[in-house]
Design a protein around this ligand. Structure first.
Ligand code: DGJ
Length: 736
């Protein structure tokens, strides 16, 4: 890891392990993007900015400045002064004029990695001196009297480059920020592909790859959350790039609200990648002396396909983003009562589930939605966080005590950001809901969103949650959020500041979760938003795991978890075994397969264990043993994708290898059985070529055999055809 300034060449070079990021300063002090990729070992690489080519820089050819601006590879593009591609920054002056142009002024390097005010950010852990470095490029728009600091950080153990920007109003009047993205990356790339993650409720983060085409291709959200539909991620990749080969440039946004991510192919075949807060519905008033910080973008380059890209993201998030003490700790195997009972439960029913679950080795009971107010369906009482003693006779402390007496821990569900029209809270404070005066606000799941821009609302919400947590020894919270925003208006923010609501709301969520993890440092927090609508790096800063999707069907989960694991370590992916026929899709899958798929995540159960046949209860005991045995490997290991059911429509296969390569775990799911087939050859990845591995597998003929790493990787392992759809096998390999 290194940050250098080459004075003669006017270049900044950030070296992150094997990757370098090079920024060049043109004679007129424009900041240009030279390179992000493999180390070039060349100090004269500034020529890649093409400032010596026609149309030439403005100091040599002022009359064609526009042609220059529209082709220059910018580090932080601005609006309205000749660059017609989409830009990072657009500012309106207090006189009402739009347009912005930045010139470099100076730089400084900082040891370590500074945080961001009130927002999640990557960091160096305490005591890790020298683990990170940051470059700050200071630039200015003289007309607007606006200072912009572009920040770039690298870590000693990562290939990623982290970007953010800070704007400071140095003038005398307010500035109106209409568009403030975090990062821009311009590159020459012909014939590449664009990769994004998308879907819908219960079908989140499916991978979508398509050829890059002329024009703008964008994914975005203005739902007030990162969303089920699009994910704040984008990558461009060479057409030949695949799982283990080819070049990829990726961006991922450390933010939980509205975003945009765009790839624009321009008239010269150049590609511009952009990422930041969605300008739609955004306007921020920056008063004199005030600063505005953007969330971070993680930029990753991989020269070995998607597999290496995923491992860079996983290691970065485990090493420099997830703060929870559970990061490297075994998480308790939980059973959640949602799919078991929905709203129809009471103390006795929950204890019945806990007793049976505890007997089988499950370690925590999580009480989901429906324990407060008079909430017996998904309507009403959100905001009234009072225990329903008709359901929970004896109260919450009694229930928790009984669960603890069984040797189990207790967890609870909240949906703190919401208010139901039918609630005491709403009747008392209708102005605490996000709404536009004179309009009947749109309901979604019969609820409104609380206005977290108001400090008293944040305090009320915090005390509601914290009060319950203080009343009993609760080990876990599932923090849910079940609707997206509409009628975006705040009775608290003045006329001029309505455009700040979306972002200030997200800052409110962050403040709440920050307070929570500070007051309850040992709490295991799992974020959730109607399944996976706020599964983003921002939330990882507060919770080490996020509920991945409301779809718990093992087969649909293959695609969801593949897309999620593209970026997130398996230890962050909330996954449970649920009952069959599956409640969402009606599919019947073997209990074993459901276990294998959930084990590629946090692992837990979401079913009425008291209603299972004895055979399945016995399988739970076996799965619990497997979990205890394999969870350190799953939590800490390197992830390799071997085959994708999404692509081959037949089978799915992934592998986890310990960092020291001494052990590995392979999971293979035969989605559809085929007639007249023979065994399938699977080539393993990431092993030590010279080492010998002993195989263990529940259904494998090769049980106990020993093979060389090179054989398993270059030759392959034969997986016998299994009888029936949705069957699976897990194979454990250990060096002898
Ligand atoms: C949505 C979550 O994703 C579910 O797991 C469950 O907690 C429900 N909300 C409860 O309303």
């Amino acid at each position: 890891m290194r940050i250098e300034y080459l004075e003669r060449e006017k270049l900044f070079r950030l070296t992150a392990k094997d990757t370098e990021y090079v920024i060049g300063i043109a004679d007129e002090r424009y900041i240009g993007h030279v390179h992000f990729g493999k180390k070039m070992g060349e100090n004269r690489c500034g020529c890649l900015l093409r400032t010596e080519e026609a149309p030439f820089v403005p100091s040599k050819n002022l009359r064609d400045k526009c042609s220059f601006a529209d082709a220059f590879p910018a580090e932080y593009s601005t609006w309205g002064v000749g660059d017609y591609r989409d830009s990072c920054l657009n500012v309106r002056s207090s006189d009402g004029f739009r347009g912005c142009e930045l010139h470099y002024e100076n730089y400084r390097t900082v040891d370590g990695k500074p945080g961001l005010p009130g927002m999640p950010a990557t960091f160096c852990r305490e005591g890790e001196d020298g683990a990170g470095m940051t470059l700050e490029l200071e630039c200015r728009d003289k007309v607007l009297e606006l200072k912009v600091i572009l920040r770039y950080s690298v870590f000693a153990d990562s290939e990623a480059v982290i970007r953010s920007a800070e704007l400071v109003n140095e003038g005398k009047g307010p500035l109106y920020l209409e568009r403030v993205l975090t990062a821009c990356m311009d590159m020459d790339m012909e014939g590449g592909d664009l990769l994004t993650l998308g879907g819908s409720w219960a079908r989140e983060r499916h991978m979508a790859r398509r050829p890059l085409a002329f024009g703008k291709q964008m994914v975005s959200s203005f739902r007030g959350e990162s969303g089920h539909q699009d994910h704040p991620f984008l990558a461009v990749m060479g057409q030949d790039a695949g799982q283990d080969r080819g070049e990829i440039w990726a961006m991922h946004f450390v933010y939980s609200g509205n975003f945009m991510a765009e790839a624009e192919v321009n008239q010269f075949g150049m590609v511009r990648l952009l990422m930041g807060i969605n300008p739609e519905g955004f306007e921020w008033v920056l008063k004199p002396g005030e600063a505005f910080a953007t969330p971070e973008v993680v930029c990753v380059y991989s020269d070995e396909g998607l597999g290496k890209m995923s491992r860079i993201f996983h290691d970065l998030y485990r090493g420099h983003l997830i703060r929870s003490p559970y990061l490297h700790r075994k998480r308790p195997i939980l059973i959640n009562n949602w799919e078991a009972t929905y709203f129809d439960f009471d103390t006795e029913k929950l204890l019945e589930i806990a007793r049976e679950a505890g007997k089988r080795g499950i370690e925590m009971l999580v009480m989901d939605d429906g324990w407060f107010g008079d909430r017996n369906k998904d309507e009403g009482y959100l905001g009234d966080w009072e225990v329903n003693e008709k359901k929970l006779s004896g109260g919450l402390p009694y229930l928790v005590e009984q669960v603890k007496a069984l040797g189990m821990e207790f967890g609870i569900w909240f949906e703190p950001e919401m208010v139901s029209p039918d609630s005491k809270l709403y009747r008392m404070h209708p102005d605490w809901a996000i709404r536009i005066p004179g309009r009947e606000p749109v309901q979604s799941r019969a609820q409104y969103v609380l206005d977290l821009t108001r400090p008293e609302v944040v305090d009320y919400v915090y005390e509601s949650v914290a009060g319950i947590l203080r009343s009993a020894p609760i080990s876990y919270v599932k923090w849910d959020m079940n609707r997206q925003m509409t009628d975006v208006g705040s009775a608290y923010l003045g006329r001029e500041h309505q455009g700040e609501l979306f972002h200030r709301y997200v800052l409110g969520v962050y403040e709440l979760q920050e307070r929570l993890v500070r007051e309850f440092p040992e709490l295991l927090l799992e974020n959730c938003a109607s399944g996976g609508a706020r599964f983003d790096p921002g939330m990882l800063y507060y919770s080490p795991q996020i509920w991945c999707s409301d779809d718990t069907d093992a087969i649909e989960r293959l695609a969801i978890q593949e897309g999620t694991a593209l970026l997130y370590p398996l230890s962050a992916i909330g996954a449970h075994v649920s009952a069959c026929p599956n409640h969402l899709v009606g599919r019947v899958t073997p209990f074993g397969t459901r276990g294998h798929v959930a084990m590629a995540g946090t692992f837990g159960y979401e079913l009425d264990v008291t209603k299972l046949p004895e055979e399945e209860k016995r399988l739970i005991e076996e799965q619990v043993k497997l979990y205890h045995r394999f969870q350190p490997l799953v939590r800490e290991g390197d992830y390799y994708r071997i085959a994708s059911w999404n692509e081959n429509h037949k089978y799915d296969c992934w592998q986890i290898v310990s960092k020291d390569k001494r052990e590995a775990l392979l999971t293979y799911v035969q989605v559809l059985a085929e007639p007249n087939g023979h065994s399938r050859k699977i080539r393993l990845k990431g092993l030590d070529l010279e080492a010998e591995y002993r195989l263990e597998g529940d259904q494998l003929a090769k049980e106990g055999q020993i093979f060389k790493g090179a054989f398993l990787m270059y030759g392959g392992l034969l997986i016998p055809r299994m009888q029936g759809d949705f069957t699976s096998v897990m194979i454990y390999l250990k060096q002898v």
